[in-house]
Ligand binder design. Structure first.
Ligand code: THG
Length: 875
């Protein structure tokens, strides 16, 4: 039975049961596709080799990949192709079972983030060549794609996104309505204001793609076994794993969990609760639409951002997939609470057209021929979601040699690039490029099942929400990670979410518009942040820094271990310094402060977003080098308050009998003391660059400490400040931020971190040799400091920089400088342009703004000001 969409709209209640029957009777799209691809030349040869039962069972492996979906198979292909000898893939039922087989197969060069564009690019290039390499047709169509903007904000969004990536080779063009109509003649143009056109986009057959990757993997020597269900994972004392299956045990140097919606089950085998949950994703396939059939060339893939759906041509019909709102979307929570039903492999969920009706209506308005289309299939299949929609890719903290490649909501476009990325990481010992947003260690104990469900609901529903800078999402908050001052501050400020913690972004005062109003332009927090900025520059401010990651490192080898781990020298007892962990290739892996608390006892502090990311590295180096050290993560036990500003000494002095004078407590010194009778470790450091202290204390003391400081500072007019003001303060002082100015794509010399890198120290620190070579060869690009003449928009980071009509670099972060009343940014530019006075242009929202490279900093830090005054300078 065929049902017109129009008919369904009118009689859907009546027709639902019939439709379900109809849907069940019609072969699934993938089955249709498979019939097509079996006609291709190599399919049969691939299938005949597929099952390994009866074949020689390998009992040792360099890498065991668990899961035969497109991601796992792509990793096997890449590792084997790169020359890894013993690559074994274990799949519990058959290749593509799980989510791959029913995926809609969309491929796009587009991603709003800057790093994932590289993954998309690689995947598409790989898929273009795969048939030739493996002899397996992959059903790759590249009719292009258009993202439709139908509101002025959406036009801004497309402009914002185009500037964040012009240095990538991904082809994309912002086009006007006429061009959109030309590209997609069946569109109702009433609301279309603009489109983002990606000519190389399209779709691929996920089944054939996986088969091609499998053929390639085998060709290069990988062993793919199925059915082979992993039933136990047992670590050996040497860091290797025993991977048990009913067919036998494989001893593996490393294991990779690539098991899609089974990833939780596999994680549980070693005690992890991966924050993943399956969602029901539905798409609808129509029969032949005469107007589509009449077209001379295939329609580009359409993404209607406001309508929240994708739509593409499927043979002579259309395929349409919506993302329902958080309230309407469906989670398969029972698979989290009770586990995935054993044997679930190539099943689908029952479809529910009712749930997607508003998107159907939006689509019929945008593409009117849909009204008369017949539905021939509705696919409702499980896709795995992580809380923030992005997959988890890389080595996992807390255990040796356990890697994950899970949580793919868009596995088809990610599979190729992720396979290559992970393979390069495994073989090279460090991430080949920055893809920090996929670090599995961004999650932690606080990402509970409940949190994951709330967040996946939001993430799925917000698939096509406007992607503003400084966007906040509110589902699942607060988590169990609550600072001691949270209750005091929660009604006084706009909180930001950092690794499970709530941290003040900016504080309200009477008369402020306190609504959450994200914007591509300056918005309602612009003036309040100026107020906080002045508070710290002129008086004294308090900030909750509890979200910092905090580790104690101690033991016999502590000094030696840290000397090897960090590029800076080890501070003497009582001192603190800023130290970087470099990768073997000489890139910046992390930036921490190291405080030598007592002989052989160190406190390491990192930013909130990098806690387990850094800890994983530190632990791996300790274990692999057999260092006799104890590493304790004290993040959850320790609270931190920062007190900063010219009057901070005066205020804190009231609360202690120990002298805080310049001579008695110097910059970058730390000591244990009491502040208002509360024991603290006080460190004289501040990311604001102003006079200030950070007070580390037991987390249960945070509120008491906060109140004592606020009371003591009344006379001085003490007040709160948040991380937005902190960002402006640190940028004016030209302090670099990890993740922006430095990451594993940058070396510390081009990032201007020479001062912290001690190439002359005797210890052979990680990255030293590589860095010496980099220095010898000379730098190709450098971080520069820019002022910009803007109007109502400030740089954020990742905007394109133009010079002589060409894109020559990108910003890394930016802010308004409240001191000099202009915009300010850090940026990477080619070395020959990296001179003070050089004029450039920064593209913001489609407009080119004049920028000038200036000498850093714009504002001197308090210690520098002091030194200059002592020397009689101007300061
Ligand atoms: N406080 C503490 N630890 C931290 C941060 C912090 N760890 C992570 C991150 N933030 C580290 N980043 C910096 C960067 C610069 C400074 C402090 C932390 C800083 N720099 C001064 C400068 O560059 O002039 C001093 C440098 C020096 O003379 O050594 O203060 O905020 N605990």
């Amino acid at each position: 039975m065929k049902l017109g969409l129009r008919l369904l709209l009118q009689h859907r209640d009546l027709l639902l049961p019939a439709r379900d029957r109809a849907a069940a009777a019609v072969p699934c799209l993938r089955d249709l596709r498979r019939t097509v691809s079996t006609e291709s030349k190599a399919e049969s040869s691939v299938d005949s080799q597929s099952s390994s039962l009866g074949k020689r069972w390998k009992d040792t492996a360099e890498t065991v990949i668990i899961g035969g979906g497109c991601v796992g198979v792509s990793l096997a292909y890449h590792l084997a192709k790169a020359g890894m000898k013993d690559v074994v893939l274990l799949e519990k039922s058959e290749l593509t079972a799980g989510s791959t087989w029913h995926a809609a197969g969309l491929t796009t060069y587009f991603h709003p983030g800057i790093n994932l564009k590289k993954i998309h690019y690689y995947s598409i290039k790989l898929y273009e060549d795969l048939e030739e390499e493996t002899g397996q047709a992959v059903g790759f169509h590249q009719p292009g794609s258009i993202r439709i903007a139908s509101t002025p904000t959406r036009v801004d969004e497309l402009k914002y996104q185009t500037t964040r990536g012009r240095w990538h080779p991904n082809p994309q063009y912002l086009v006007g309505p006429e061009k959109v109509k030309e590209l997609f003649p069946l569109l109702n143009m009433d609301k279309v204001l603009a489109g983002l056109y990606n000519p190389g986009d399209g779709h691929i057959d996920p089944y054939s793609l996986t088969m091609a990757l499998a053929a390639g993997a085998r060709k290069y020597g990988a062993q793919l076994y199925f059915p082979a269900e992993v039933t136990a994972l047992t670590p050996r004392s040497d860091g290797t794993w025993d991977v048990e299956t009913p067919q036998g045990t494989v001893q593996a140097k490393r294991i990779v969990n690539a098991t899609g919606f089974w990833a939780r089950e596999v994680g549980k085998l070693i005690g992890f609760e991966h924050p993943l949950i399956p969602v029901h994703h539905q798409y609808v396939v129509t029969g032949t639409v005469p107007e589509v059939k009449a077209l001379k060339k295939e329609l580009p893939v359409l993404r209607d951002l406001e309508g929240s759906y994708y739509l593409r041509q499927e043979r002579d019909g259309l395929l349409f997939g919506p993302y329902e709102s958080p309230e309407k979307m469906r989670l398969q929570d029972s698979w989290v609470t009770h586990g995935v039903p054993p044997g679930f492999g190539k099943e689908l969920f029952e479809s529910d057209l009712d749930r997607i009706m508003e998107h159907v209506e939006a689509a019929m308005e945008m593409v009117p021929v849909l009204r008369n289309a017949d539905i021939i299939n509705i696919v409702s299949g499980p896709i795995t979601y992580s809380p923030d929609i992005l997959p988890m890719v890389g080595p996992h903290q807390g255990v040796q040699n356990y890697w994950v490649a899970v949580g793919f909501g868009y596995g088809i476009i990610h599979a190729g690039g992720i396979g290559k990325f992970l393979s390069d990481w495994i073989l090279g010992g460090e991430p080949p490029f920055d893809l920090i947003e996929l670090d599995p260690n961004r999650y932690g104990k606080w990402t509970t099942a409940k949190y994951t469900a709330l967040k996946a609901r939001e993430s799925y529903g917000f698939n096509n929400i406007v992607g503003y800078p400084k966007e906040e999402r509110f589902a699942g908050r607060p988590t169990e990670r609550i600072s001691g001052v949270y209750e005091d501050l929660k009604t006084k400020c706009s909180m930001g979410f950092h690794a499970g913690w709530e941290q003040p972004h900016w504080f309200y005062k009477s008369g402020d518009d306190i609504a959450y109003k994200p914007s591509f332009r300056r918005t309602n927090w612009f003036e309040p942040v100026r107020r906080e900025y002045n508070q710290v520059m002129e008086k004294v401010g308090v900030i909750d820094l509890t979200p910092f990651g905090k580790f104690i490192v101690q033991g016999k080898d502590a000094d030696k271990f840290l000397d090897h781990l960090f590029a800076n020298v080890i501070p003497k007892v009582g001192f603190t310094n800023i130290s970087h962990m470099l990768t073997p290739r000489g890139r910046v892996y992390a930036e921490l402060t190291v405080s030598h608390l007592s002989p052989g006892e160190f406190l390491l502090i990192t930013g909130s977003g990098s806690e387990l990311h850094d800890l994983r590295w530190i632990e791996d180096v300790a274990v692999q080098g057999k260092h006799n050290v104890e590493i304790v993560n004290v993040t959850d036990e320790v609270g931190v308050l920062g007190v900063a500003g010219p009057l901070s000494r005066k205020v804190l002095q009231k609360l202690t009998s120990e002298s805080l004078s310049e001579d008695a407590f110097k910059f970058l010194h730390g000591r244990r003391m009491t502040i208002g009778d509360i024991p603290v470790t006080a460190i004289r450091i501040s990311y604001t660059g102003e006079l200030g202290w950070e007070l580390y204390h037991k987390r249960q003391d945070t509120a008491a400490l906060y109140h004592k400081i606020m009371l003591a500072g009344e006379e001085e007019g003490i007040d709160n400040f948040g991380t937005y003001a902190m960002n402006a303060l640190r940028l004016e002082k030209a302090f670099r931020a990890w993740g922006a100015e430095m990451n594993c794509d940058t070396n510390p010399l081009e990032a201007g971190l020479q001062y912290f890198i001690k190439l002359n120290k005797p210890a052979d620190f990680i990255g030293k040799t590589a860095l010496m070579k980099i220095k010898e060869k000379g730098l190709r690009r450098k971080l520069v400091y820019l002022t910009l003449e803007t109007d109502t928009v400030d740089p954020e980071g990742n905007e394109s920089i133009w010079h002589s009509g060409k894109v020559i670099g990108n910003t890394t972060s930016g802010a308004y400088s409240y001191c000099t009343n202009q915009s300010l940014a850090f940026a990477y530019v080619p070395i020959e342009l990296s001179v003070a006075g050089q004029k450039l242009e920064v593209e913001l929202l489609g407009k080119h703004y004049p920028a000038t490279i200036v000498q850093e900093p714009l504002v001197f830090t308090e210690p520098t000001r002091n030194r200059m005054q002592q020397r009689g300078g101007s300061g």
